[in-house]
Design a protein around this ligand. Sequence first.
Ligand code: DX5
Ligand code: ZN
Length: 216
Amino acid sequence: MVKIAPSILSADFCRLGEDIEKVSSADWLHVDVMDGMFVPNISIGVPVVKSIRARTDMFLDTHLMVEKPGRYVKAFAQAGADLLSIHLEADMPPALHAALDEMEALGVKRGIVLRPITAAEAVLPYLEKGLDLILVMTVEPGFGGQAFMADQLPKIAAIRSYIEKYCPSCHLEVDGGINAQTARQCVAAGADVLVAGSAVYGAEDIPAAIAALRGA
Ligand code: DX5
Ligand code: ZN
């Protein structure tokens, strides 16, 4: 069964608690953390994750678009994130492995993320050690509301085949430009978690939008 993870990047941050309640029929809550260095934008930080944790029991799927993300693993884990995903482009491999090991020690689920430019094979050294999630970006990270990059579909399919071979329990998530149509393409290619910001928060009927994504 496909999981839906609304991105609160498209929420109204003055009404964040209410906007989180509006997506309670979804499975996970996707929290986009941006540092203004790894991506040009700045968004949510540790104190906001702590406040969200106090407000909801939803699974907090925390996407770190941050340079050298190992610096922040402990802080976000202690703030209440359930899963942290770190970009393969955000540091050197030894530091990324160390960050994943620290997540394991802290009891937080471990994810890695690929920018559109990064090849499917890049996941292999990490998948072999066991992961909870691989996130394939289907836009350049940094902003909501961008157009889906269909050229990422073969990469989703390739990573699905690696997951089946090396780590079948690992989720395969997609993020960027997901709507009911592109969701269907991603699920057909092997995705099982769908992030959606504007397609959820821009909808007149949010529960119906979530159901439409789920049915994709
Ligand atoms: C982009 C973020 C996404 C973003 C998706 O860098 O990682 O999670 O919120 O927004 P939509 O669904 O509008 O493309
Ligand atoms: Zn994201």
